[in-house]
Design a protein around this ligand. Sequence first.
Ligand code: URA
Length: 264
Amino acid sequence: MNNKALLEWQLAAGIDEATAEAPINYFAIKQQVTTSIPANHKTAAIVQEAKINSSHTPLHLVPLAASNAARELANKCDTLEELEDAVKNFEGCAIKKTATKTVFADGNPQAKIMLIGEAPGSQEDIQGIPFCGASGQLLDKMLLSIELDRSKIYISNTIFWRPPGNRQPSTHELATCLPFVEKHIALVNPKFLILSGGTATNALLQKDQSISRLRGKFYEYNNIYLNSPVKTALIYHPSYLLRQPLNKKQAWQDLLLIKQFIAS
Ligand code: URA
């Protein structure tokens, strides 16, 4: 394996930080940083970090400079093209550096139904298209079972870059991308929203229960850019169903509920 191939393999495995030849004492560095913060600010910094890492904090309340920058950019976008450009040029999310492509959306932007998944995986990162790998194939089958295909639905994710090693997006990354996701939904202005998996559900509905507890009923999704709430359904994430095929029975029930609603 040559050096470039080795580095690429390490990046794909989630190693996104280089270390130097000589050991670095990070404890000493941390000590210098924390002792330079006045005691009362130190407590505030610890509280803030704890809040960011707490899944109970609604993402739009997580105080982040990157999220504020994304909000300012999102506020200015009046079309999907402008939003896509803003996301592609945004440098506030560190995982963009380890990703190959920005994965913005697929499907029909005029569709009345929009689906939001979690994050791009390795195939999506290569092709720049959401849900084009193994879980995308299952998603397509699920949609086809209720007579939907990508000409009738618009698809995106809660974040636009592949997290290294396909790990779950962090609260920090979700909060950073949230203003773009909110504006994305408002510009598509769907009549019906489908959230696929716990990450999209927790990020957008600000609920921290699991999909298995929340599924089976409709919700009203709203954000600052929408004129009125959007009817919203939840489905298991296809990659979860690939790992837990026994839950396909419940997934089928949820899809039928969606089919009935669309037909009504
Ligand atoms: N999983 C997701 O949530 N989104 C994708 O685009 C691919 C896999």
